[in-house]
Design a protein around this ligand. Structure first.
Ligand code: ADE
Length: 233
């Protein structure tokens, strides 16, 4: 049976989805409220995991162990690392990696988690395709592309750091949870996709843009997810 975990880091990334759930049961674990219910005919668990990679990783493991989810979607906002992604556009993950993992001193590639034999965690092609079609259906005016999510426990607001994420990791957007969700999903053999609406450009303008655009961006991503769950089986 299909059960979809939907994770947002912040309340504004999941509040609309939570409000649309039917037959809701709320289960608390690790200070997170897991809203189990029905969204658009699909069995889902919607949860705000909190900000950063540790919160995100814990959340995926709880969804796997306690709720036995079959798919995981991460919805939220991100800073753009790609000139083709403007504020308001949407990035659908092709893969995700940890930009703050650095064991290069022992010959690992920047971002590579030692002894795992992998740099990036690949998103599920079927979920990627469903996300794109939902975007075309419910937000036809929004430009959406596939790309790489790079995650770290840092808010990126400096052009020099941004350039490093582009040149070293070929990231398309930067945020603070996606790679942990991808990593956790990989370890539990659960297909995942990350959907991020762009709230800022991850440079000196981010400090101003992020608070201005985060709510509208988060809602667009959630709107797409609300439609998409109907088609997951
Ligand atoms: N989430 C939204 N914008 C971000 C940024 N610039 N850096 C990290 N996480 C973000």
């Amino acid at each position: 049976m299909t059960k979809i975990g939907i994770i947002g880091a912040m309340e504004l990334e999941v509040e609309t989805l939570k409000s649309k759930l039917k037959d809701v049961k709320i289960i608390k674990k690790a200070e997170m409220d897991f809203y189990e219910g029905n969204l658009n005919g699909a069995d889902v668990v919607v949860v705000r995991c909190g900000i950063g990679k540790v919160n995100a990783a814990l959340c995926v493991q709880i969804l796997a162990d306690i709720f036995h989810i079959t798919h995981v979607i991460n919805t939220g906002v991100a800073g753009s690392l790609n000139a083709a992604l403007d504020i308001g556009d949407i990035l659908i993950s092709k893969d995700a990696l940890h930009h703050d993992m650095d064991v290069t001193i022992f010959g690992y590639r920047p971002g590579e988690v030692p002894q795992m034999g992998r740099l990036e965690f690949e998103a599920d092609p079927a979920l990627m395709g469903l996300a794109k079609s939902s975007c075309e259906r419910v937000c036809p005016d929004i430009h959406a592309i596939y790309g790489r999510v790079v995650s770290g426990d840092q808010f990126i607001s400096d052009g020099v750091v941004k350039d490093k994420l582009i040149n070293t990791f070929h990231g398309d957007c930067a945020e603070m949870e996606g790679a942990s969700i991808a990593h956790g999903a990989y370890l539990n053999s659960i297909p995942f996709v990350i959907i991020r609406a762009i709230s800022d450009k991850a440079d000196g303008s981010a400090e101003m843009d992020y608070p201005t655009f985060e709510k509208a961006a988060a809602e667009n991503s959630a709107r797409l997810v609300e439609d998409m769950v109907k088609y997951i089986s």
